[in-house]
Ligand binder design. Sequence first.
Ligand code: CDP
Ligand code: CDP
Length: 217
Amino acid sequence: MRKIVIAVDGPAGAGKSTVAKIIANKLGINYIDTGAMYRAITYKALEKGIDINDNDRLINLCKSTEIDFQDENIYLDGKIVNEEIRQLQVSSNVSRVAQIKEVREIMVYLQRKMADRYSVIMDGRDIGSYVFPNADYKFFLTASVQERANRRYMELKNKGYDVTIEDIIKDIETRDKIDSEREFAPLVKAKDAIEVNTSNKSIDEVVHEILNCIKMG
Ligand code: CDP
Ligand code: CDP
């Protein structure tokens, strides 16, 4: 089988990671959650009490940090941090950290290295537009803010987090704005990406729609 790269971009809660994970399993390729990488470095900075506006310290922190994926787990300096990086405190600071060009360059270097080794489906904000402009397939998932916030709210509630829908709407709107307006590699639909509006669609329907576009071999 030839090596392929599938890019899945879009705003928070559009369904990227859920759908990309299922497709990775169906196609037998690797799933890489690039948002988890930005979340991991943000989590480490918060744990160390680093000022989230101190670019120099954040860049240095990034240079001395190891991030890796294995068996659907994200490792930060050798420790699994799947749950820790989902906290609302990380969500509300991650877009600030992800604005820093040098931080992005380090992450993008790692992302490209991963795709050198094996076929990947990678989700994020800039995968089709910046990280892999020549990806074999590009998808851009969307849904209304209300629907995305409801989904995230249900998810966090079910995991036992104490959150309100207002907190989630605020987090999503703020991140959408910072992610779309940043100077370097913003959240944008690549010209050649296929847009999939996931509002009122089940996960299965979205998976089906995407798989219909993909030819392996
Ligand atoms: O899962 P959710 O959509 O809430 O967010 P995420 O995919 O975990 O991404 C968290 C944050 O990381 C985003 O809001 C962006 O600020 C940043 N990010 C980015 O800048 N570029 C990417 N390729 C992926 C995420
Ligand atoms: O990765 P992203 O932030 O784009 O979204 P996600 O974490 O995959 O999806 C957020 C939540 O929406 C998850 O709990 C999914 O199960 C749910 N979802 C849904 O209800 N309907 C869809 N079509 C896609 C996702």
